[in-house]
Design a protein around this ligand. Structure first.
Ligand SMILES: CC(C)(COP(=O)(O)OP(=O)(O)OC[C@H]1O[C@@H](n2cnc3c(N)ncnc32)[C@H](O)[C@@H]1OP(=O)(O)O)[C@@H](O)C(=O)NCCC(=O)NCCS
Length: 161
């Protein structure tokens, strides 16, 4: 995959991935029926946050956003979110985006990265983040209403950069 910054022209492709992921309700807390305006405000945030995407044979297959996790005195810590189109999963795009994001966050000067809400039943994501050096700091019980598993926990995950 080729990884590059997303521009406004990429939004339709990103919306399609965002909608598919959010509508499933398994990995993000957004209302599964959230509309395109909500999606765009979330996934195309203003600078200094950044939106990146992965392309394979001209198709947008995945995307991430990276930003400061907290304002002011917490702004040296990054956070990030990732989405890969279901048809493109399991082929390395998520790992490539994760590795790219860590490099990018480091070059932007962040000292660490924190994921605030990794749904504990999202085993492929948890395994990927652990493989990339993240540890589970703790788990907030029953914080996500999963469509099939019911109330499940969310992990806070962290690694230094
Ligand atoms: C999580 C996600 C980004 C991973 O993307 P992907 O392109 O499928 O990931 P990859 O193909 O690069 O796989 C990376 C790792 O994930 C894990 N993984 C992938 N598919 C898996 C599966 N079906 N079961 C268990 N682990 C799996 C493996 O640890 C794999 O390790 P490897 O690189 O040593 O093979 C993708 O599944 C996704 O977008 N899911 C929906 C949204 C989401 O969960 N976002 C993250 C929220 S924290």
């Amino acid at each position: 995959v080729e990884i590059r910054r997303a521009s406004d022209a990429d939004w339709p492709a990103l919306w399609s991935i965002w909608h598919e992921v959010v509508a499933a309700g398994e990995t993000y807390p957004w209302d599964p029926e959230a509309d395109e305006t909500i999606a765009r405000n979330h996934w195309m945030p203003p600078a200094p946050a950044e939106t990146w995407l992965a392309e394979s044979d001209g198709d947008v297959v995945g995307t991430y956003i990276v930003s400061a996790n907290r304002p002011g005195l917490g702004a040296h810590m990054a956070t990030a979110s990732f989405m890969v189109a279901s048809k493109a999963r399991g082929k390395g795009a998520g790992r490539a985006l994760g590795e790219h994001c860590l490099e990018r966050a480091k070059s932007l000067g962040y000292q660490g990265m924190q994921f605030n809400a990794v749904v504990e039943t999202n085993t492929s994501a948890v395994a990927l983040w652990q493989a990339l050096g993240f540890v589970i700091v703790g788990t907030v019980p029953a914080a996500h209403r999963h469509p099939t598993h019911g109330l499940v926990g969310i992990h806070i995950m962290h690694r230094s950069l």
